[in-house]
Design a protein around this ligand. Structure first.
Ligand SMILES: CC(=O)SCCNC(=O)CCNC(=O)[C@H](O)C(C)(C)COP(=O)(O)OP(=O)(O)OC[C@H]1O[C@@H](n2cnc3c(N)ncnc32)[C@H](O)[C@@H]1OP(=O)(O)O
Ligand SMILES: N[C@@H](CO)C(=O)O
Length: 181
């Protein structure tokens, strides 16, 4: 199997022995990366077979752990998901590297067919944070637990509340550069 640097960066974020026995979320991250790798394969019978297996795995993980990471979403390397349950990403969202999700996080549209968020690098989402619509969340931003983000969040800012307001700004300091060789 060829190397998947994105997955290797995810594993670094979990930073523990036997993460598959300890963290339900890593199954969802693995299935997501596997799905992306399948999508990149050349067309053919093998790809069709893998696609069928992928869809079974995706539905199993979604149903068992309540984590839905469609492979059409673009998620940068070094994803960390703390806990599980009710974590839903729209299939068109773009998420940068080194981001952290928690239980209950939704990143999606405001209405059926509407635009979806673009999230920068190293963004932290508190439990049950909801980010909806054509929103840009800048690098190093933090979204408070139970917040509802409907407007852009500048890089390094902390957004809290429903609807979210900015309570702090700082120059973003990226902890790990997952894009580096
Ligand atoms: C099992 C588990 O433990 S799972 C882990 C669950 N934990 C999380 O999800 C943590 C998410 N973290 C948060 O929500 C944090 O409060 C943060 C990151 C948003 C902010 O933390 P800090 O930078 O320490 O900010 P601080 O506590 O000083 O609060 C700043 C202001 O925002 C308010 N605030 C902070 N968090 C929230 C929130 N989630 N919703 C609404 N207001 C909030 C504070 O009341 C304060 O308001 P004030 O200035 O009017 O007094
Ligand atoms: N360390 C965990 C708490 O369970 C988190 O940040 O969500």
């Amino acid at each position: 199997m060829s190397r998947d640097p994105d997955w290797e960066a995810d594993l670094l974020r979990y930073n523990m022995r036997r993460p598959f026995l300890r963290e339900q979320s890593i199954w969802a991250v693995w299935v997501y990366r596997w799905g992306r790798r399948i999508e990149a394969r050349p067309a053919g019978l093998q790809k069709k077979l893998f696609n069928a297996l992928y869809w079974i795995a995706f539905r199993l993980v979604e149903t068992a752990f309540g984590i839905s990471l469609p492979r059409t979403a673009q998620i940068g390397p070094g994803l960390r998901i703390w806990h599980f349950g009710n974590i839903f990403l729209h299939g068109e969202v773009v998420i940068g590297s080194g981001c952290t999700l928690r239980q209950g996080v939704t990143i999606g549209n405001r209405r059926e067919g509407g635009a979806v968020p673009v999230i920068g690098d190293d963004v932290e989402f508190g439990a049950y944070a909801q980010v909806l619509g054509a929103v840009h969340v800048g690098d190093g931003a933090r979204i408070g637990a139970l917040s509802v983000v409907l407007d852009d969040v500048p890089a390094g800012a902390t957004a809290v509340g429903a609807p979210a307001r900015i309570v702090a700004r700082q120059v973003p300091e990226l902890k790990i550069d997952f894009n580096k060789d």
